[in-house]
Design a protein. Sequence first.
Length: 165
Amino acid sequence: MARKPLVLKQDEKTGCIVPVSHKLNSDGYFRKRIEGKLCMYHIYVWEKHNGPVPSDFEVHHVCGNRACCNPDHLEVLPSQEHTIHGNRQRYISRYFEASLYWEECHCTGTALGEKFGVTFSTACEWVRNWKGKAQRLSSNGVEPREVAIMLARSARQKMCHFLMI
């Protein structure tokens, strides 16, 4: 049985090259059977242009589009750095909202994680960070309402900083 031909299209604005003839997987990546082996297409493209991905490295989409297979939008990063970058991008939009919510109710990290769809460990890290800042500010004589305003402002600045990276 003949396989459906792969059709790629380049977005004029972003430069991303994405498949338009095939579906993406649930995580937004394109997988293709090449030489009898199912592979992540962006990794295949990277290796065709640059050689094998080094051990303990992963192919990163500089453009942030997981479906993109433009070699100019791909780079390799150490696995740990790639994970940190991915988590930062996924969670930053929720960080600000979560900080405001936490300031109102002071819920547990578990409850915060469930409400905002982040891992328990991430939510608990956020709460520890906010509690530490709140303690430092209040021990310096800052009023509780001012502490809340300062934490919200800090979260907003952090979100803006991460979006610029």
